[in-house]
Design a protein around this ligand. Structure first.
Ligand SMILES: Cc1cc2nc3c(=O)[nH]c(=O)nc-3n(C[C@H](O)[C@H](O)[C@H](O)COP(=O)(O)O)c2cc1C
Length: 248
């Protein structure tokens, strides 16, 4: 059994879709291959990989309530390829979006289901995740709490000779549990999806989100975008930016 993970985020690094590929592949058994789909240059290579693939997992961001436009040319090419080669493929999708509600990914799931029907391949369902951006915050937090714990252990070790202070280790585990709590819905639904891939079963459509109250998420998002706007474009990104868009 071979599973092909296709990360459809246009971001080169630190994408939530890339993180979801890494996390899901941890729980999927058998042969695995991870690929990126950003430009047309990758189409041929992915189609070649499909020749001996049983299961495809697309991970992608939600763009304007649907599939990102740079994916459409690939889906058209893959549809033609499927009609010609008639592969026995199973397709799963993991989508994430910026707003807090994972259910916003429903139109994207319908797009992908229709694509599978037209291509004659098996739609096995998908997972929609709200507040996807927070997954980056989560992984950064994990690295930070780990680094602080290691630094603490080294300093304490040099002072006392005990390089494995129990209180520091327990403190680290508590911090880690708190960070993981925010992702517990995502982790649970992701493991469930991986179990369905392993058992070649349909997953259906499920939606989850980062476990943060909406009002806190919105405040955080507002703060983040105001800072980003000031640093990258002016107070209101675009309106007050010195660099104006040029017409083609
Ligand atoms: C052009 C564009 C359109 C977007 N449209 C939506 C949208 O309709 N709804 C939403 O919740 N998030 C939207 N987002 C936010 C992304 O879905 C979100 O940032 C996602 O976490 C990015 O995933 P990635 O890191 O895997 O690329 C949009 C982002 C961009 C750049």
């Amino acid at each position: 059994m071979k599973t092909l993970f296709i990360d459809c985020s246009p971001k080169k690094k630190l994408s939530a879709s890339g993180f979801l590929v890494d996390m899901t592949s941890l729980f999927v058994l058998g042969s695995k291959k991870k690929m990126k789909l950003r430009t047309r240059a990758e189409h041929e290579e992915i189609l070649k990989e499909l020749e001996d693939t049983d299961t495809v997992v697309f991970t992608m961001p939600l763009y304007v309530d649907g599939v990102p436009s740079h994916i459409i040319p690939f889906l058209k090419t893959m549809e033609a390829w499927c009609k010609e080669h008639k592969p026995d493929l199973k397709v799963y999708v993991i989508a994430n979006n910026g707003f807090i509600e994972g259910r916003q990914n429903e139109p994207l799931m319908q797009n992908m289901e229709n694509f599978c029907i037209r291509s004659g391949i098996k739609w096995c369902g998908g997972l929609g995740i709200g507040g996807g951006v927070m997954m980056n915050v989560m992984r950064i937090m994990i690295v930070v709490v780990f680094a602080i714990a290691v630094l603490n252990l080294v300093i304490t070790g040099m002072n006392t000779g005990n390089f494995l202070d129990k209180n520091i280790v327990i403190g680290f585990l508590k911090d880690l549990a708190e960070v993981l709590f925010f992702g517990c819905g995502i982790i649970t639904f992701d493991i469930w999806l991986a179990a369905c891939i392993n058992r070649k079963k349909e997953y259906g459509k499920h939606y989850t989100r980062i476990m943060l109250p909406s009002f806190i998420f919105i405040l955080g998002a507002d703060f983040f975008f105001i800072v980003l706007s000031i640093l990258k474009g002016g107070v209101f990104r675009g309106w007050l930016s010195k660099k104006k868009p040029t017409l083609p």
